[in-house]
Design a protein around this ligand. Structure first.
Ligand code: ADP
Ligand code: MG
Length: 400
């Protein structure tokens, strides 16, 4: 978003690596999720917004089926692969990015090939990436990397893919090729968000609505607080939470927890107990069902033009993530408690949990004091200083 990360720099990077001019430059953003955590893989509702931070790709097609990948953000040279030889096993599936960062863009090319979109020698390409999305901070640098790859190849090969289709193919790449069992939210946010809006998404059928989210007009700010910690148990906990949700849905005989009505929640929880579901699983269910309701509540309040009033809903969402879904951590709780005590309107962890980032809704005039209080609290607790910046609702993937 800044000059040094604009098309000039990534073009120069491409030239340096490949010795030619790129065919074009594309951008795809990271995101924060306003509300709707761990609901996407339960076919529920989410509401992310794109950040101004983007992953840029300079790219050119090749006609010989060779894929060359380079990132200015990691050590190491060009990764060279053959499109026809890409397979999840060779790509390092099952271990996150243990197969190396290149598994993300290579997985996208694999997903395009598997969908029958690349024929003959098509799919060969040279790509160079540079990103301003912090990695591993729960702001979806991985989705930005995938979506920028798919968007570039979509244009270079004239594939005619819509943004939601691009998101689905990128999710498939991350699930099946990289081996991360993520839902569809991150990729949809990166592909479909628009400037000045939050994206209300129904993860079941990908119905979406752009909800105006003009913080400045109401004298508000949404701060992102990157705790700069990532606790190890996160990956396994994600998979186990997902499995618990799916088991509960099966026990209840519904397709997904999205189908459990908020109004009948108490009766459902009693029924689950009768069916022998353990306490932890029942709490997971309560989180998902109440979280879907909170997304609807936030929409209602935004539609009514009352952004301020979403604050308590965000904070309630945090309590549910912490107590019922058990995916928070000391650092995230500290952000929420300190920010609210210092005058914020509401705050919550955002993203998968166990570290990463929190968001804080605050009146513009209180933003500085709240940031200072959070930074001081981190210092007093012996944590590294957090990185704090405002979330400005920005555009989704695009050609520059
Ligand atoms: P998050 O998506 O929350 O940032 P993930 O663990 O899902 O965290 O994804 C981070 C991984 O994505 C990095 O470890 C790296 O493999 C890959 N990645 C993201 N951005 C880049 C980039 N600019 N260059 C190379 N790899 C990247
Ligand atoms: Mg990710």
């Amino acid at each position: 978003m800044t000059d040094e990360h604009g098309p000039g720099r990534v073009t120069a990077g491409f030239r340096e690596v490949y010795g030619t001019e790129p065919g074009g430059v594309w951008a795809a953003p990271g995101r924060v999720n306003l509300i709707g955590e761990h609901t996407d893989y339960n076919d529920g509702f989410v509401m992310p917004l794109a950040l101004p931070h983007t992953c840029l790709a300079a790219a050119s097609p090749r006609t010989d089926g060779v894929l060359r990948l380079h990132s200015g953000d990691v050590q190491g040279g060009v990764v060279e692969l053959r499109v026809e030889e890409l397979s999840p096993v060779a790509g390092g599936a099952g271990g996150g990015d243990r197969g190396g960062w290149a598994a993300y863009p290579a997985g996208v090319v694999w997903a395009l090939r598997e969908a029958g979109l690349l024929t003959g020698g098509a799919g060969g390409a040279e790509l160079h990436f540079e990103s301003t999305v912090p990695t591993g901070a729960g702001l979806s640098s991985s989705a930005a990397l995938e979506v920028v790859t798919a968007t570039a190849l979509n244009d270079l090969y004239g594939l005619g893919l819509t943004p939601p289709r691009i998101a689905q193919l990128c999710q498939r790449a991350e699930n099946a090729f990289v081996g991360v069992p993520c839902g569809i939210m991150d990729q949809m946010a990166s592909a479909c968000c628009t400037e000045g809006h939050a994206l209300f998404l129904d993860a079941r059928d990908l119905t979406q609505r752009q909800v105006p989210f003009d913080l400045a007009a109401e004298g508000l700010r949404l701060l992102v607080v990157d705790t700069r910690v990532k606790h190890e148990l996160g990956d396994g906990a994600y998979a186990s939470r997902r499995a618990a949700c799916e088991a509960a849905a099966r026990a209840l005989g519904v397709r997904a927890l999205r189908d459990v009505p908020f109004e009948g929640l108490d009766a459902t929880l009693t029924e689950l107990e009768r069916l022998g579901c353990d306490t932890a699983t029942r709490r997971r269910v309560r989180h998902v069902v109440t979280e879907d309701r909170r997304v609807e509540e936030v929409i209602e309040r935004l539609d009514a033009g009352d952004t301020r009033s979403i604050g308590p809903v965000l904070t309630a969402g945090h309590a549910s993530c912490r107590d019922d879904f058990e995916i928070s951590c000391d650092e995230l709780d500290l952000v929420v408690e300190t920010a609210n005590a210092a005058g914020a309107l509401g705050a919550r962890m955002t993203g998968g949990g166990f570290g990463g980032s929190a968001i804080v809704l605050v009146a513009e005039e209180d933003a500085e004091a709240v940031s200072k209080a959070v930074t001081e609290a981190f210092g007093a607790a012996g944590h590294r200083a957090p990185r704090i910046f405002p979330a400005v609702p920005s555009a989704g993937a695009r050609r520059l």
